[in-house]
Design a protein around this ligand. Structure first.
Ligand code: FE2
Length: 107
């Protein structure tokens, strides 16, 4: 399911990438964590609503907007900083641990 993929991606980011970048761009990392919290909360709320409820659709739209903004900031800022602060070997290692963290959340 698409949402499970999103949750795994957020979990992996928080476990692997965010802690090592906190010292460099703490404000951006804190902001990203709050964006994750908003998305997790919306997913939870949507889970409790029938899909034909108009509030479900409203929540989906807000989540998609938040997600687009979040991904832009991650790719344009957070991951760019990571690529400048770590060498290829370190980035490969983080990438591998990110995949492992994501997998560990699989039901
Ligand atoms: Fe994220």
């Amino acid at each position: 399911m698409r949402w499970m993929h999103m949750l795994r991606r957020m979990y992996g980011g928080e476990r692997i990438f965010y802690p090592v970048l906190e010292g460099t761009i703490r404000d951006k990392i804190l902001e990203a964590i709050e964006e994750h919290n908003v998305m997790k909360s919306l997913l939870q709320q949507m889970d409790d609503l029938p899909k034909d409820d108009e509030r479900w659709t409203a929540k989906l739209k807000v989540m998609e907007e938040n997600m687009r903004h979040h991904i832009r900031e991650e790719e344009g800022g957070i991951f760019k900083v990571a690529s400048m602060n770590f060498n290829m070997e370190q980035l490969d290692d983080m990438g591998r641990r990110f995949e492992e963290a994501k997998e560990s959340l699989r039901p």
